[in-house]
Design a protein around this ligand. Structure first.
Ligand SMILES: *Cc1c(COP(=O)(O)O)cnc(C)c1O
Length: 378
């Protein structure tokens, strides 16, 4: 295809927010105009919290302005100091939340098959300063929760999952939100379920509730309004919660459509030389949030594939590049280069592209993405 032709084609981005029909949202927010309650745990907030507890099959959940602050809140709730073992193949938010909480991130490598934290490499990183493990269910791949749980028990560590990619997933029929001490979810516009901006912490211990709720409301305690935790403002607004109530009604259908998008990619890309396509984990009910592919660097440079696809108005993403451990603000933590310290994560950061996927991605657009990808590999 010539450039003159492709220049006119519409852009295909990696993600597109799911939105309810506009009328459904305006109906949902009508009572806010009557009540005048726009924040501070109003009716929409309470409803969304209840419905999410039921969707995720967890006893307790607290809503936040966004996933990042939800993770900071979860870390604050356990009142920890010292080191936190985590992975660098994630969105910068995970590592930033740890370091902004006054904790020191310690980077562990990932497994080559699913890019989640490698439990066999955790133990050698545990010191007497280790307080917690923050594993990431990256690309919606669920971590080896049993091995992580065993290590946490053996060494008395907290486990807080970054489950931003794993909303609504199940492992052997068990909700992803039921593992560890707490799990953070993001409801950012680009995630499988969104409230525009938003997030949550899901947990089983009821004693966490008061701390999480007070942290997001400046640290104010109910009753006299004393402040004993230095909190912040991270409350979800009623307008965001109302969008969440609408989007939840369409969740099941959206995940079905995402699954169909993935199947179409799989039909077109299975067995293509030079790439390996994401494989759904056995025993996991996936949400099809991301479709990572690895471009074999011996065959083609990932960045040249990306550039050629961009030239055809298709915008897959390098999730995640660079590794969070490579960002200048974390340079002081490194003793080895990222390629030596976490070689498998490093290779993934150089070879992975995530392909466009969203509920309404048409099969014609998938065909365009695949043709552009295949021609860039020739
Ligand atoms: C999206 C995301 C976050 C942050 O969530 P926000 O709601 O955008 O603040 C954290 N970790 C991972 C892995 C994410 O993908």
């Amino acid at each position: 295809m010539s450039n003159e032709n492709t220049a006119k084609q519409k852009n295909i981005y990696v993600a597109k927010p799911s939105l309810p029909p506009l009328g459904e949202y305006t109906t949902e927010i009508e009572d806010l105009w009557h009540s005048g309650v726009l924040s501070n745990s109003g009716e929409k907030h309470r409803k969304l919290e209840q419905q999410l507890c039921s969707v995720m099959d967890v006893p307790h959940l607290s809503l936040f302005t966004n996933g990042h602050l939800a993770l900071e809140a979860a870390l604050a709730a356990f009142d920890m100091e010292g080191e936190v073992i985590t992975t660098p193949l994630t969105f910068a938010s995970t590592t930033l939340a740890i370091s902004r909480s006054g904790l020191t991130p310690v980077f562990c490598d990932v497994k080559p098959n699913d890019f989640t934290i490698d439990p066999t490499k955790i133990e050698e990183l545990i010191t007497d300063r280790t307080a917690a493990i923050v594993p990431v269910h990256v690309y919606g791949n669920i971590c080896d929760v049993t091995a992580i749980d065993n290590l946490a028990k053996k060494y008395g560590l907290k486990v807080i999952y970054d489950a931003a990619h794993a909303f609504d997933e199940k492992l052997d029929g068990k909700s992803v939100a039921s593992f560890g001490d707490a799990s953070m979810f993001s409801f950012h516009a680009t995630k499988v379920f969104n409230t525009g901006e938003g997030g949550a912490v899901a947990y089983r211990n009821p004693r966490l509730k008061a701390r999480l709720e007070s942290w997001k409301n400046f640290g104010l305690e109910s009753g006299d309004g004393d402040i004993s935790i230095a909190g912040t403002n991270a409350k979800m607004s009623e307008l965001a919660a109302a969008l969440g109530l609408c989007n939840l009604r369409h969740l099941e259908n959206n995940v079905k459509k995402r699954a169909a998008v993935f199947e179409e990619y799989r039909k077109r890309l299975a067995g293509v030389c030079g790439i390996s396509l994401w494989e759904p984990q056995e025993n996991v009910t996936h949400n099809y949030a991301y479709i990572p592919i690895m471009i074999d660097s011996r065959k083609r440079e990932r960045d040249s594939v990306l550039a050629q696809m961009n030239a055809q108005s298709i915008f897959p993403r390098k999730y995640f590049y660079p590794l969070t451990s490579e960002h200048p603000c974390f340079n002081h933590l490194a003793t080895d280069s990222a390629s030596e310290a976490t070689p498998i994560a490093y290779r993934a950061s150089r070879e992975v592209l995530t392909l466009p996927i969203y509920a309404d991605l048409s099969f014609e657009d998938i065909e365009r993405v695949c043709k552009a990808l295949l021609s860039s590999l020739k």
